[in-house]
Write a protein that binds this ligand. Structure first.
Ligand code: URA
Length: 225
C-alpha cells in the first residue's frame, strides 16, 4: 500500500509545479488519473496503485527528494528561523514539508548544501564513523607554515574534548593578501574549519563548501540556486 495524497499535492511532491500552476493544469484537463481526466484537485491518489499522467506522461512518485543548493551568504541552514531567511525559503514553489538541510553551514559560508527528506542518508553523510569527506575552499588572512599544515592534517586542539580527526589540506593559491586552501574534513564540528585555522592564528575570511563525498557542487549553480 502506498501513500495517499490529494492529487494537487501529489503533483507538487513530484516537482510538477507550484500549487497554483498545478491547479491550472488540472483545470485545463492536462492531468489524468487511471486514464480519466481529473476534475477535482483534492481527489485522493494512492502512490502505488493509481496511475497519474501529466500531458500524457506518467508521473512516478519518489518518496525521497534531493536538492543541491549553492547556499549564499546571509542565509541560515535551518528549517525555521524567526529572524533570518532560511535555506528552505530558497526552494520557492517546492513543497518543503519534511525537507531539512544535511548539516549546517555558517550564515556567512557559501556552497554545497544538500536538502532532502532522506533521514538515513543525512545521518550517514554526517556521521564521523562513515568518514564522508566534506571539501571546503577557505580563504585565510595569514598562511600556515609547512609544519602547521602537517599538524592541521594530523589533528588540531580546538578546545574540544578531543583533537580534530585527520584532515587533508593543500594550498590552492597564495598571494600577498590572502591564501586559499582546499580542506577536506570527515567530521563536522561547530565552526570547525574556522576554529582549525584560528588555532594557528589565521582567520578565515571566506569559506565555501565545494563537495560532499564524491558529489561536487554543480558549477552552473549560482549562489541561491
Ligand atoms: N566549518 C566552518 O567553520 N564553517 C562552516 O560553515 C562549515 C565548516
Amino acid at each position: 500500500m502506498g501513500e495517499k495524497f490529494r492529487l494537487d499535492r501529489f503533483l507538487g511532491e513530484c516537482g510538477q509545479g507550484t500549487r497554483s500552476e498545478i491547479k491550472g493544469y488540472i483545470k485545463k484537463g492536462r492531468v489524468t488519473v487511471n486514464g480519466v481526466v481529473a476534475k477535482d484537485n483534492g481527489m485522493k491518489v494512492d502512490t502505488d496503485t493509481d496511475i497519474v499522467c501529466f500531458n500524457g506522461e506518467e508521473i512516478v512518485y519518489e518518496k525521497f527528494r534531493y536538492f543541491m543548493l549553492n547556499k549564499p551568504q546571509g542565509v541560515v541552514s535551518a528549517t525555521r528561523d524567526g529572524i533570518s531567511k532560511t535555506v528552505l525559503e530558497l526552494l520557492s514553489g517546492e513543497i518543503t514539508e519534511g525537507l531539512f538541510p544535511v548539516g549546517r553551514l555558517d550564515k556567512d559560508t557559501e556552497g554545497f548544501l544538500l536538502i532532502t527528506n532522506d533521514g538515513q542518508l543525512g545521518h550517514e553523510l554526517l556521521s564521523p564513523k562513515k568518514h564522508v569527506g566534506k571539501k571546503y575552499l577557505a580563504t585565510v588572512d595569514a598562511p600556515l607554515t609547512e609544519e602547521e599544515m602537517r599538524t592541521f592534517a594530523e589533528g588540531v586542539d580546538i578546545g574540544d574534548e578531543k583533537k580534530t580527526m585527520p584532515a587533508e589540506i593543500r594550498t590552492v593559491l597564495e598571494d600577498w593578501d590572502d591564501t586559499v586552501y582546499e580542506v577536506i574534513l570527515r567530521e563536522g564540528r561547530y565552526h570547525q574549519v574556522k576554529r582549525m585555522f584560528e588555532a594557528f592564528g589565521s582567520t578565515v575570511t571566506y569559506l565555501k563548501r565545494v563537495s560532499m563525498g564524491d558529489v561536487e557542487l554543480d558549477p552552473e549553480l549560482q549562489p541561491g540556486e
